[in-house]
Design a protein around this ligand. Structure first.
Ligand code: GLP
Length: 247
C-alpha cells in the first residue's frame, strides 16, 4: 500500500479528484466505487470541476456506492442516494441507470445483496474504489470483526457509528440501525483503491494502520495487502504517524 501525505483537506480532495478524473479520461467506461461521509465531499466538487474542464463525459461510466441505510428510500433527504445526487449526480451527465446504490427499502435484503454483487460483476468489477475510514477503522459499514471474506451484506450499525453520523440527522434516534454495505471482499476485489483521511479525528486510526498489522479488528488494514491501494492523508490525520513527505 502506498501512503501519500498532503498538507490539508483541500490538497487531499484535489489530488483524489485528479486521480478519479484521470481514470475517466483513460477509461471512459470505467466502473467507479463511490463513498459518502464528510471526507469525500470536497473531492466530488473538484471532480465535477476537473471533469468539466477536460470536457469528460460520464455517459459510459458506471458507479457503485459502498452502502445505503436500511429503511431510507432514494428520496429520503438522509439517504446516501440523496447525498450522491447533491454532491455529484445532479451535476454530471451520468445516466440514472448507471448510478447504483443498494436499495434500502428492499423487501428481501438478502436477495438485494446478491443482486448488488451480481451487478458489480456484470459491470466487469470496480476499476477504482474510493473509501473513507471510520474512527474505529471501518470501511463502508464493515465494522471491526467483519470477516475479510464478506460480500455485500446487512449490518447492524454500532452505537459509535450511529453517533458519528447523527450530525446529518435530526436526532440520534433518527439514525437508522441497519445498513446494506459492500463486504470487505467486495471492496478488495477492486482493481485500484483510494482511501482518503483528513483531520485529527482520524489520527489514531491511521497510526494503528501504520503499525502494519493486518487484522479483522481493523477493517481498513486489509488494504495493507492490496496490490494497488493508496492512502491519501493530510498532516492532521497523520499527526501520530511517521510518513515520508510527498515530493
Ligand atoms: C460512514 C460511512 C463510511 C465513511 C465513514 C467515515 O459510516 N459509511 O463510508 O467512510 O463513515 O465518515 P467521514 O468521512 O464523515 O468521517
Amino acid at each position: 500500500m502506498k501512503w501519500i501525505q498532503v498538507k490539508n483537506y483541500t490538497e487531499m480532495s484535489q489530488l483524489a479528484a485528479r486521480i478519479m478524473t484521470e481514470k475517466i479520461a483513460e477509461k471512459p467506461n470505467a466502473t467507479l466505487g463511490l463513498a459518502t461521509g464528510g471526507t469525500p465531499e470536497q473531492m466530488y466538487r473538484w471532480l465535477r470541476e476537473y471533469s468539466a474542464e477536460r470536457q469528460l463525459s460520464f455517459r459510459d461510466v458506471q458507479t457503485f456506492n459502498l452502502d445505503e441505510y436500511i429503511g431510507l428510500g432514494r428520496e429520503h433527504p438522509n439517504s446516501y442516494y440523496q447525498y450522491m445526487r447533491t454532491h455529484l449526480f445532479a451535476h454530471i451527465d451520468l445516466p440514472e441507470a448507471h448510478a447504483h446504490l443498494p436499495n434500502g427499502l428492499a423487501a428481501d435484503v438478502n436477495a438485494e445483496c446478491l443482486r448488488y454483487e451480481a451487478l458489480i460483476e456484470q459491470a466487469g468489477g470496480i476499476d477504482l474504489q474510493l473509501l473513507g475510514v471510520g474512527k474505529n477503522g471501518h470501511i463502508g459499514f464493515n465494522e471491526p470483526g467483519t470477516p475479510f471474506t464478506s460480500r455485500t451484506h446487512l449490518v447492524q450499525l454500532t452505537e459509535s457509528t450511529r453517533a458519528a453520523n447523527a450530525c446529518y440527522f435530526s436526532s440520534l434516534e433518527a439514525v437508522p440501525t441497519h445498513a446494506i454495505t459492500m463486504g470487505i471482499a467486495t471492496i478488495t476485489k477492486s482493481k485500484e483503491i483510494l482511501l482518503l483521511a483528513s483531520g485529527r479525528e482520524k489520527a489514531n486510526v491511521l497510526a494503528e494502520l501504520m503499525r502494519g498489522e493486518v487484522t479483522e479488528e481493523l477493517p481498513a488494514s486489509v488494504l495493507l495487502n492490496h496490490a494497488n491501494a493508496t492512502i491519501i492523508a493530510d498532516e492532521d490525520a497523520l499527526a501520530f504517524s511517521i510518513v515520508a513527505k510527498r515530493k
